[in-house]
Write a protein that binds this ligand. Structure first.
Ligand SMILES: C[S@@+](CC[C@H](N)C(=O)[O-])C[C@H]1O[C@@H](n2cnc3c(N)ncnc32)[C@H](O)[C@@H]1O
Length: 226
């Protein structure tokens, strides 16, 4: 994959309506029991209030907690699907910048926490595998290790679900840790190719540091040609 840096991120003008999009989503298989053991273990260790606290502490320490939103906004989207939105931190930040958002997650507690934080936004409790939305989005973002936390046997299907939600020319932007037993960049590229997406860029960080083989984090951008 190419490793070109994106244009410096710029937030779009907040001129877009924040009306929740009309969602025609079907809950094909949103059974939390379908979430993988890795995810259950993670959930057992983390209380959701503490999870959000981590991002607040980053901001207090002068670090940027919104790298994902910055990269997504560098593509100047008017609409973004936050796929595997968790408690909604990325979608909420994008909406604050004027982007129309829909957050989707298969874990009912995560989506309930997101909805409680921002009831004015659109949230959908659904599985990315078999996702069938009427609306198409300029960007679908998979932030914060969504890809490895999708059950291994459903990753190709989840990527196909994400690709089906992209407008022509839209981008799938995903970031995840590279570690033994988790998806590799080549596997991820393969699932994207099978879903009809072409690789556009890969980075080591959300602020666009170049990706090098052997790195421990990948931010990959793929594009829907049509
Ligand atoms: C580590 S969290 C990341 C949450 C959020 N994107 C963030 O960055 O804060 C991973 C999320 O992926 C969701 N997830 C895993 N498999 C999924 C699937 N098949 N469909 C939808 N969401 C899924 C989990 O429920 C969880 O909320």
């Amino acid at each position: 994959m190419a490793a070109d840096r994106p244009e410096p991120p710029t937030a779009p003008e907040p001129s877009i309506s924040l009306e929740p999009p009309t969602v025609v989503g079907r809950l094909e298989r949103a059974d939390p029991a379908g979430l993988p053991a890795d995810w259950s273990r993670w959930r057992d260790q983390v209380d959701l209030a503490g999870y959000d606290e981590r991002w607040r502490r980053m901001a207090e320490a002068g670090e940027n907690p919104h790298g994902e939103a910055d990269l997504v906004c560098s593509y100047r989207p008017t609409s973004v699907l936050d796929a595997g939105c968790g408690t909604g931190r990325v979608a909420i930040e994008l909406a604050r910048r004027g982007v129309r958002v829909l957050g989707v997650d298969a874990d009912p507690d995560m989506i309930a926490a997101a909805s409680a934080k921002a009831p004015e936004l659109a949230w959908l409790h659904a599985d990315l595998t078999g996702l069938a939305l009427a609306e198409r989005f300029d960007v679908v973002v998979l932030a914060g290790n969504v890809v490895p936390y999708v059950a291994a046997e459903h990753r190709a299907g989840a990527l196909a679900g994400c690709a089906s939600a992209l407008a022509a020319g839209g981008r799938l932007v995903a970031g995840f840790t590279l570690r033994p037993g988790w998806p590799t960049p080549a596997q991820y590229d393969g699932w994207c190719a099978a879903a009809g997406l072409v690789p556009e860029a890969s980075y080591a960080t959300w602020d666009g540091a170049p990706f090098e083989d052997g790195g421990d984090y990948l931010v990959a951008v793929h594009r829907a040609e049509r």
